[in-house]
Design a protein around this ligand. Structure first.
Ligand SMILES: [Zn+2]
Length: 266
């Protein structure tokens, strides 16, 4: 399924996300959210001093200014740029392996993190940032029906996740917001944009989440990359060995095709 441009839906991945086994654990862990939300003012206050140590991928002012509310797909590397996006982690088994493949290929990516996962694995969030990748808010509990829920719920899902991710990273804020399953609303896009998080869509769904086999994932990326620059993979939500293997093939292939790897425009 491809994202429909000009529409609030970023893509229809509800089906494949519906049966995720880890979701119960995520919800169970979500009871810790209130405490983190209370710490929001702390990370805001810390943002200044931490700016000086911010890695190059996170320009000091970038995450503080309001950004456009439209869903971005473009790469900051221009027309031959691609944006590798890695969703639903961090995960202690798969995120380190994804990081290793990215490192071997000299590729910087954008990690769309689930708040409770970030809270549970702050070491991995810090490793992602230290390697020069960017962070994206993928909500607290990955509710793909959040576009049907009250604005207060949407707000809590987005802002609490931003707090959890920022706390886990040691003060580096997410620069993007990706709605689970593409369930954006005009309200949620505006809310995220005001916080400096550009709504982030995708053009190419590698469909790695469905585990169709490494070669099928690779073939999907190869055939669909003309659709647009932002490519979706996952580093959590089940066995991601096919994703790791597919990245190992896709990244050199993309390079051979003349693509360069960038970040989504903010
Ligand atoms: Zn997701």
């Amino acid at each position: 399924m491809h994202e429909q441009h000009g529409n609030d839906k970023g893509g229809a991945d509800m089906a494949r996300h519906g049966g995720r086994g880890w979701h119960g654990r995520v919800l169970a862990a979500a009871v810790g959210v209130t405490a983190v939300a209370a710490a929001t003012s702390v990370w805001t206050a810390q943002a200044g001093p931490i700016d000086g140590q911010r890695p190059a991928a996170h320009p000091a002012s970038a995450a503080h200014k309001a950004v456009a509310i439209s869903i971005v797909h473009a790469s900051d590397k221009g027309p031959r740029g691609v944006n590798i996006t890695i969703d639903d982690g961090p995960d202690p088994t798969w995120t380190p392996q994804v990081l290793q493949v990215l490192k071997e290929n000299g590729v910087k990516a954008t990690f769309c993190m689930v708040g409770t996962q970030a809270e549970a694995h702050p070491d991995l969030v810090k490793a992602v940032v230290a390697a020069g990748h960017r962070l994206c808010d993928h909500t607290v509990s990955h509710d793909t029906t959040m576009d049907k829920k009250a604005e207060s719920y949407q707000s809590k899902e987005i802002l609490d996740a931003a707090s959890m991710i920022t706390k886990a990273s040691g003060g580096v804020r997410p620069m993007y917001y990706r709605a689970p399953g593409g369930a954006f609303t005009p309200y949620s896009r505006q809310l995220a944009a005001k916080q400096g998080m550009r709504p982030l869509g995708w053009n190419v769904d590698s469909k790695d989440f469905e585990r169709p086999g490494t070669e099928t994932i690779v073939a999907t990326v190869r055939s669909e990359v003309p659709n647009g620059p932002t490519i979706l993979f996952h580093d959590a939500g089940g066995d991601r060995s096919q994703t790791v293997a597919a990245l190992r093939e896709c990244l050199p292939w993309l390079k051979q095709q003349g693509y360069s790897f960038g970040f989504p425009v903010r």
